[in-house]
Design a protein around this ligand. Structure first.
Ligand SMILES: NC(=O)c1ccc[n+]([C@@H]2O[C@H](COP(=O)([O-])OP(=O)(O)OC[C@H]3O[C@@H](n4cnc5c(N)ncnc54)[C@H](OP(=O)(O)O)[C@@H]3O)[C@@H](O)[C@H]2O)c1
Length: 354
């Protein structure tokens, strides 16, 4: 959509190389090309103005996107939302995580309810979910994926193989399979899908429920950039996304997918500490939660090293250093490191259990 930003501001917002990317994109799109030529004729003497006009024209057509260094997609929200709302989505295993993602997509209008089908194992859950979300819910996976463009696989790792065998005959190279199952490599999925079905593996976390999720993502052998782009858009819609090598997916699982559980334990402990020193429980919980959110926000927004930020809180001979000494004596750091190492090892084993 047009933003009405002044040309100078628009120019300043264009990252290096983006104008070239926009121009290439425009050449592919006849209607945008027309706008480009008009802009060029009208602003020939002002190079900055030309670029800004091109940028605006591209924004008007929703044709402009730039992939940033972290692998996140910016600038394509509107275009991609439009593209996805035409797609048919099947969520297989709409449990805790599948349900969180599905609720978010429907709330944001990313997918149209009439084009979404979900599955669960138990009939009564299917009925309740259908009533709550207004989408078709069944326990027939094969029926659910018929004609689906995108399949979001949200069943437990140990169930993935059976579900893939069930749905494989219905899929083609045009279907995109996105799996959020821990421990299940893209190669395992591809082998069972037989045809060259594009696969993307993703590892989101539960704060996706409030748009504050963190997802690690990697592409399988048959996935093309457009498939990765769709998956990135689906996870960027519920938080942030980072592209990683598949060898690091168990680490992502242990750190950011399991991470909210560790964070809740720390948060709960801080709140208990507040109660111990006389604060009402609700006040203590608010102080602990907002403090953790604030500290995390500073790291994300400044990019500063956490150790430097910690030093800024630690006044010489003040009270924080006494608190830190207790944390060090209690081995908080090494305990957290060991927790993530253990969970990473475990993430590699889940698939092979029955
Ligand atoms: N929870 C997290 O924080 C998190 C984070 C990242 C990744 N994951 C991954 O997400 C997946 C699901 O985890 P979850 O915590 O959401 O578990 P969950 O709540 O138990 O969800 C699993 C869902 O799969 C359904 N199901 C079981 N067998 C099925 C079948 N044959 N066909 C169709 N649906 C079937 C279950 O149906 P019923 O409801 O009827 O039992 C349930 O709705 C796992 O692979 C996990 O590794 C989870």
């Amino acid at each position: 959509m047009p933003t009405g930003i002044p040309p100078a501001a628009a120019f300043a917002r264009i990252p290096k190389g983006a104008s070239a990317a926009v121009a290439v994109k425009l050449r592919l799109d006849q209607s945008c090309c027309f706008i480009f030529l008009c802009s060029l004729a009208g602003s020939l003497l002002q190079v900055g103005g030309v670029v800004a006009e091109v940028w605006r024209a591209a924004e008007w057509f929703g044709a402009c996107y730039v992939i940033d260094a972290r692998g996140g997609v910016r600038k394509n929200t509107w275009t991609m939302a439009q593209k996805l709302s035409d797609k048919r989505l099947a969520v297989l295993g709409a449990g805790k995580l599948g349900g969180i993602l599905l609720r978010a997509y429907l709330k944001q209008g990313l997918f149209a309810a009439k084009r979404v089908t979900a599955t669960v194992k138990h009939g009564e859950k299917a009925k309740a979910l259908a009533k709550e979300l207004g989408v078709s819910v069944t326990n027939d996976n094969r029926k659910a994926v018929k004609d689906a463009d995108i399949i979001l696989l949200g069943v437990k790792p140990q169930v993935v193989g059976d579900v893939l065998r069930e749905i494989a005959p219905e899929l083609s190279e045009k279907t995109l399979v996105i799996s959020v199952a821990a421990s299940v490599p893209t190669g395992y999925l591809e082998e069972r899908l037989v045809k060259k079905v594009p696969v993307v593996r993703a590892m989101p976390n539960t704060p996706s429920a409030v748009g504050c999720g963190m997802t690690g993502i990697c592409a399988g052998a048959h996935a093309k950039p457009e498939h990765l782009e769709i998956a990135l858009a689906m996870f960027n819609a519920v938080g942030r996304t980072v592209a990683v090598d598949e060898k690091n997916m168990d680490g992502v699982t242990a750190l950011s997918a399991s991470g909210p559980a560790y964070a809740y334990i720390i948060l709960e402990s801080l709140a208990e500490a507040g109660v111990k020193v006389g604060l009402p429980r609700d006040v203590a919980t608010l102080l602990a939660a907002q403090t953790m959110k604030g500290a995390a926000s500073v790291v994300l927004e400044t990019g500063d090293h956490p150790a430097l930020l910690k030093d800024a809180v630690t006044t010489p001979a003040g009270c924080t250093i006494d608190g830190i000494m207790e944390l060090e004596e209690g081995k908080l750091r090494v305990t957290l490191i060991k927790a993530v190492v253990k969970a990473t090892e475990r993430a590699g084993q889940l698939l092979f259990e029955k």
